[in-house]
Design a protein around this ligand. Structure first.
Ligand code: CA
Length: 311
């Protein structure tokens, strides 16, 4: 009798749990033809202690059909070094999945990093999407470079500390301590001068004048961009005061670290979301502007956009 009661209770619990399960996957809303590959920015990582850099984004994309890979390149290094690391990982993803191309989505320095791969291997890339991307430099990087000019002993001391502490810590915690660290090379890549030099070699999608957008398809690769223009968005997020301070170095609309003009690449979806640089990847831990479209939803919408574009 006791056993039967127990079995009945378990059956009821199971039925209730089943009823409250979220709607099962497979609406296909985010089911792109090619895998989506996420590329982090400066001081970025894939995941640390189980916390995603792309907070809650891979799971939200996967739940409706996308195949998603989160890459890890050097947390701080030049666009070219990071780009070569990404190219290697793209080839591995293609080998694992059997896909012929990938859809790259890069945040911040991840934008130019993805553009590098599309530049050297366009046949492997269906699309490049730059989110808060540093496509034409950052006024903040220029300001830091002004304080830390090339060849000065202070610069090498600061770079050494950054490489051996912050970058080393990020890479160790994310299980990628073997990646080379070069904070000064990262800084140079993110300056206006460094970006201009990079764009001369890899111009695809970059606006030739103004800030409205660039070529939308180059050598078979689709280019997209979006980003935010509001440095302070959530009183609970400890990063917002920091981004408000860094925002003071800009003379035009920005997300705290990148100007909206620099973000523009290919087809500009919008660069005036009420988001700061961290909100663009749903950080810190989902603390974003509650009066704006949720950033996770933007990634889902974009996966659907890619799907409808046949990639
Ligand atoms: Ca935030």
């Amino acid at each position: 009798m006791k056993n039967r009661l127990f079995a009945m209770a378990m059956a009821i619990i199971a039925a209730v749990m089943l009823a409250f399960q979220p709607a099962q996957a497979a609406t296909g809303y985010t089911q792109t033809k090619y895998p989506i590959v996420l590329v982090h920015g400066l001081f970025g990582f894939d995941s640390i202690l189980g916390i995603d850099y792309w907070y809650g984004i891979p799971s939200a994309l996967r739940s409706d059909g996308a195949t998603v890979y989160v890459t890890q390149v050097s947390a701080a290094n030049s666009t070219e070094v990071r780009g070569e690391q990404l190219l290697t990982q793209v080839k591995q993803i293609l080998a694992i999945t059997g896909a012929s191309k990938v859809n790259l989505i890069g945040h911040s320095h991840g934008g130019p990093t993805a553009r590098y791969v599309a530049g050297v291997a366009p046949e492997l890339v269906a699309s490049v999407t730059s989110v808060g991307g540093v496509n034409r430099g950052s006024d903040f990087a220029d300001a830091v470079r002004g304080v830390l000019p090339s060849g000065s002993p202070i610069t090498s001391a600061v770079a050494k500390v950054a490489n051996s502490t912050l970058v080393a810590l990020i890479q160790a915690l994310s299980g990628n301590s073997s990646l080379p660290a070069n904070a000064e090379a990262a800084l140079v890549s993110l300056t206006t001068a460094g970006s201009t030099a990079f764009n001369a070699k890899f111009p695809a999608g970059v606006p030739t004048s103004g800030c409205s957008g660039g070529a939308e398809v180059v050598r078979g690769v689709r280019y997209y961009s979006w980003g935010g223009n509001k440095p302070y968005t959530n009183v609970l997020d400890p990063m917002d005061p920091v981004l408000t301070l860094s925002s003071a170095f800009f003379s035009s609309a920005n997300d705290g670290l990148v100007s909206t003009c620099s973000m523009a690449l290919g087809k500009v979806i919008r660069v005036d979301y009420g988001m700061n640089h961290m909100d663009e990847v749903n950080q810190t831990l989902g603390l974003v502007n509650i009066f704006e479209t949720n950033p996770v939803q933007l990634y889902r919408q974009h996966a659907n956009r890619l799907k409808l574009a046949g990639v």
